[in-house]
Design a protein around this ligand. Structure first.
Ligand SMILES: CC(C)(COP(=O)(O)OP(=O)(O)OC[C@H]1O[C@@H](n2cnc3c(N)ncnc32)[C@H](O)[C@@H]1OP(=O)(O)O)[C@@H](O)C(=O)NCCC(=O)NCCS
Length: 268
């Protein structure tokens, strides 16, 4: 029996006992009895919160790490069929990378992902007013939290990638898409972006996440249309929703999509 269940039983037993007393004697509960009932109810609430917090932590840990609790999970192991993209004249193979996983993240893969991001995003960052901070982007990609799905062509050249992380936002579990980048010269508008985002959604759902979230710069209209097409909506944490009157317009929007279902097994 869990702590929350035990507390719940205690509250229920106490209420029954008090109700019985009140019915038999026709009297109201004494102050002490009321105090005891309140105390038990508070204890029950605390135990419930603690149990929920434990559930969230263990789901997050199981999402990030394999059974040993320390090695990053191979997020493609259950999705072999999605690791190939063979459409619209492209033949790509997806591979998963993370620091601490077998093979880590090879420096040439990190460099290719960074270069693709810079080529695609530098102008938008500058236009947005955020400015382009190469070091910050590199650090983001190299973070221990970062999980990468990289699509290689037949010459083993990275042509698209997705950087995501599993995060907790209060009592919600989120797969946060930090980056989705497609090589514009060779692969744009051929379904690769959609494929890799759908894969991320499947991974999120299997891992028991509640949401897939991401941030898009408002000046990046193509990306906004892309996410809209995939069903993403403005999140309630987006500055446009939470903004106080008189504050300046934000240069970005937070989008989200609800994950469909909970994992098939607790360890998934
Ligand atoms: C935005 C991006 C991820 C889209 O990936 P993609 O592989 O080119 O897009 P897809 O072919 O999967 O497009 C799926 C749908 O999204 C929409 N879409 C994609 N690119 C679009 C664009 N440039 N303009 C309008 N709609 C677009 C379309 O509805 C498209 O479906 P359709 O081609 O059947 O009409 C990719 O072009 C990219 O890397 N852009 C530069 C980097 C970037 O902005 N990343 C997002 C940062 S938040």
């Amino acid at each position: 029996m869990t702590a929350a269940q035990a507390a719940e039983e205690k509250v229920s037993a106490l209420s029954k006992e008090f109700a019985q007393k009140a019915t038999v004697t026709g009297r109201k509960l004494t102050k002490e009895e009321q105090k005891a009932a309140k105390k038990a109810a508070k204890k029950q609430e605390r135990a419930k919160l603690a149990e929920e917090s434990r559930r969230i932590s263990s789901t997050l840990s199981a999402a990030r790490f394999a059974e040993d609790g320390t090695t990053p999970r191979d997020h493609l192991e259950n999705f072999a069929a999605f690791a190939k993209f063979d459409r619209n004249g492209l033949q790509l193979t997806l591979k998963a990378f993370a620091r601490g996983a077998e093979g880590g993240v090879p420096p040439e893969v990190l460099k290719a992902c960074f270069d693709m991001t810079e080529a695609n995003m530098k102008a938008s960052y500058e236009e947005s007013g955020w400015g382009w901070n190469a070091l910050k982007k590199q650090r983001e990609l190299e973070s221990e939290e970062a999980r990468l799905l990289v699509a290689f062509d037949t010459d083993d050249v990275p042509r698209a990638f997705l950087h995501f992380r599993f995060e907790r936002e209060e009592d919600q579990l989120v797969l946060y898409v930090y980056e989705v980048q497609v090589d514009q010269a060779t692969c744009a508008r051929k379904g690769v972006g959609r494929h890799i985002m759908l894969l991320a959604e499947l991974i999120a759902r299997r891992a028991g996440m509640d949401w897939v979230c991401l941030t898009v710069l408002n000046c990046n209209e193509a990306a906004a249309k892309f996410y809209e097409r995939l069903g993403y909506k403005m999140d309630e944490t987006s500055p446009q929703v939470s903004q106080m009157e008189g504050e300046e317009d934000a240069s970005y929007t937070i989008l989200s999509k609800r994950c469909g279902a909970k994992p098939a097994t607790a360890s998934a």
